[in-house]
Design a protein around this ligand. Structure first.
Ligand SMILES: [Zn+2]
Length: 502
């Protein structure tokens, strides 16, 4: 059956199955985090080389080969095969046509079938593509799961059932779970951030009690028109108690308003839900995380495979700012364009505007969205006057040569050349480890730079964060739809946690 069908989704993935091979940590309650970090063996550099006792270069290439198989829906190669040279992939496990075969390609199936997320466009604004898309979690690897619905014996359409990884056991909480209607046993619905694959299902007439921070709440009220009485705003970095559970919201380093949720249950169990996040070493200084021992980690596993490497955000921002500055210096009649989805990637166009001493012009709708973010830095840069800004923000789907050419023509009295930046996450077509590898695509007087600006953790960033946090159990929240993907992630988790014990 198709990987989109319910049969291959959550029922086959239980928490027990997720990490059975990981023995519990020996850490005791009295152990300080300082000492645990000392034992972890985590190296200080963000893009650290393989650790002692881990993979060799040869094995690494073997792994890469394995992952290509995974991408095509094949079962993972056995661990020992990595050392045995080239593999012959078992043709019997190749999925039939139409199955999970196109993960890394940009693939759109139109509104009626939902839109597949790929690693390269993990934050597409699905709302702008036609209202409340029930967007799938599970980016990449061809996994697509629209909010499938079933019809019961009485002919009533039933909403999909909420998968286990969206609920926090021991609480009445669900996280980013609005596409299932009212969920039995759930009385508080948390929203980690305002991306449509997380708020999908929320609409004007929603009456579910939503818990989120101020920025996300602004967006929910302003963009989705959810009534104020249902939106419960929680402060950042401050403990609050909801239904007997101590909760803290921490910066997730994803898009504006994105929060990680730290729960301390009445029985002392500590749970961290990262929402979508880009792990950063600065998180290792969060007092809230230093002051507790996380037992269960719900992890954003968007890029949880070794091939997902990309530069740091700041390097990519500097690259774009430098290219824009060079282009405008060489030809002052250069219009600079930055692509965007809904919320996120603001740092890119702000940097472009800053280096050029220009305002950023955007559509009225996007302008209103930006006003929800409560950022003075953003507010003083943005305008809806297209002629009054040398930096234009356009929807990502408008960054085609044809549309950019048309856009340039509209402003031909001011500009005769256009340089566009397309901030995407990881893309298969443009695997860059360093910004030096980035080349523009050029057509006439239009140049387009695809830039690997990611708001999700790279594989090594995930590894470092997990090895620092040392949770007892990890529950992936992305790419959980295929057996192969889950197995590969579980293998990584086991390796990481085993390494920290050595
Ligand atoms: Zn997101």
């Amino acid at each position: 059956c198709s990987p989109c069908s319910p049969a291959s989704f959550s029922p086959s993935f239980s928490p027990q199955a997720s990490l059975t091979g990981t023995p519990p940590s020996k850490a005791t309650n009295g152990e300080t985090l300082q000492s645990s970090q000392g034992q972890s063996g985590v190296q200080p550099e963000q893009n650290m080389p393989p650790q002692k006792g881990s993979k060799t270069a040869g094995q690494a290439s073997g792994l890469k080969q394995m992952d290509i198989g995974l991408f095509f829906g094949l079962k993972p190669l056995k661990e020992k095969e990595a050392a045995n040279g080239p593999h012959v992939l078992d043709s019997t496990s190749v999925p039939s046509a139409g199955e999970n075969t196109g993960g890394r390609r940009q693939r759109r199936n139109g509104q009626s079938k939902g839109i597949t997320k790929t690693p390269g466009d993990a934050e597409q604004d699905l709302s702008s593509a036609g209202g409340q898309q029930e967007a799938a979690r599970g980016r990449g690897r061809g996994w697509r799961r629209r909010g499938w619905s079933r019809v019961n014996a009485d002919g009533e359409v039933q909403l999909p059932r909420c998968p286990f990884y969206k609920k926090i056991p021991g609480t009445k909480f669900a996280i980013d779970a609005f596409q299932y209607g009212k969920i039995e046993g759930i009385s508080a619905y948390f929203l980690t951030h305002f991306h449509s694959d997380h708020y999908g299902g929320l609409a004007k007439n929603s009456t579910l009690p939503i818990y989120c921070n101020k920025i996300t709440g602004n967006l929910v009220k302003s963009k989705l028109r959810v009534a104020e009485e249902y939106v419960h705003i929680l402060p950042m970095n401050t403990e609050v108690i909801v239904e007997g559970v101590r909760i803290r919201l921490l910066d997730a380093n994803h898009c504006p308003g994105a929060a990680m949720l730290l729960f301390i249950l009445p029985d002392g169990q500590t749970v961290l839900h990262t929402g979508d996040f880009r792990a950063d070493p600065s998180m290792e200084t969060y007092p809230e995380l230093l002051g507790c021992r996380v037992q269960t980690l719900y992890l954003d596993t968007t890029y949880c495979s070794p091939e997902y490497t990309f530069p740091k955000q700041q390097e990519v921002i500097n690259f774009a700012a430098n290219r824009a500055f060079e282009s405008v210096t060489l030809n002052p009649r250069t219009l600079v364009v930055c692509g965007s989805y809904s919320v996120g990637k603001e740092k890119v166009f702000l940097a472009l505007a800053e280096v050029l001493g220009s305002k950023v012009s955007l559509s009225k709708d996007k302008y209103n969205t930006m006003c929800c973010l409560e950022s003075e830095q953003i507010k003083k840069r943005i305008t809806t006057d297209w002629k009054g800004a040398q930096v234009h923000v356009l929807p990502m789907m408008q960054l085609t040569f044809k549309k950019l050419q048309d856009h340039l023509t509209r402003f031909s009295s001011q500009y005769d050349q256009l340089v566009a930046f397309k901030p995407t996450g990881w893309t298969f077509s443009q695997q860059v480890e360093s910004v030096d590898d980035i080349q523009p695509q050029i057509s006439g007087n239009v140049s387009v730079y695809g830039i690997p600006y990611s708001e999700h953790s790279s594989f090594l960033e995930l590894k470092r964060f997990v090895q620092w946090l040392r949770p007892l159990k990890i529950i992936p929240t992305v790419n959980v739809g295929s057996w192969a993907s889950r197995k590969a992630m579980e293998k990584s988790f086991r390796e990481w946690l085993t390494q920290t014990k050595q």
